[in-house]
Design a protein around this ligand. Sequence first.
Ligand SMILES: [Zn+2]
Length: 308
Amino acid sequence: MENVSPGYHHFLEVWHQIMYIAAGAAIAVGIIFLIVHFVKLAAIKTYKGKYDYLKLNRIKAYQFFFFSLAAAVFFFGNTIGDATVGKSLVYIFVRLFISLCVGVLLGYIVYLILKFYYPTFLEKKLTKLRYTPRISSAGNEMKLLSEEEEDVHLDEGMQAEENVFSVDYDVWVDEETGEVHIEKYMGYLEALECGSCGFRTLKLDREEILKPATEEEEGKLLKHYKCTYCQSVRTTQHTIAKILKSENDYKLPTDYILKGQRKVKSIMVEIISTKGDKKEYFFQSTQQASEFLQNFDFDKTDDGVMKF
Ligand SMILES: [Zn+2]
């Protein structure tokens, strides 16, 4: 009261007007940004297109939206406590500081949720988009070829790519017409579920070639994963397929096997009795082998021939 100059109350009125407008503008900008995000997403026709768009933009869009809300809280905070602030110019700075702290805190909470908690939900959505059966131009449901999780396909063209080892190709085939769709996914962007903390924050950190693949021989690749939340690490070993001589990005393997089946040529089962007798059996599929093992009885065998 004592130190307040005559113009102070008028200044406060203008200040509050500005803050209200700024708060409203921040909310409006946030909402418009979010709407644009959803409209763009809805306009994308293919699953792969939606996948790429969400992967790149979803977290950024949410971040922008919630940061706008936090900014609105900051602006609105600068209009609270009129009676107290009216007493002295000092209070306007106290209020400014408190509003800033609250706004930053809210922004930080949103940042943490979007960085560590939200990716679990986003990845589930992305996984669904990636593995939803594609429809060929003939209208048939396409089949996804076996990923051969431990198998990394490289050819000369792909080796030139910078992140070559982290490129994942999904090959969709229309079994009736033979139409093929190849979709490319970046391994570095995929987040897996961390075995230690359970969040979907396990990301590929780096890759290391133990043995390069040649045209004749398969190679070996180590993938080092690190959790961005709990920092735990995991390493997996992968086989690098023999180098394919081709001009194209990816050549459909001639012996392709549909997902769920295994690329098994033959299986050998060796059974050694307590007496030291050895018997070997060969099978063409794991199913045959497991049926055999379920029915196996050492005493019913003679001359290494099993009778079913
Ligand atoms: Zn973790």
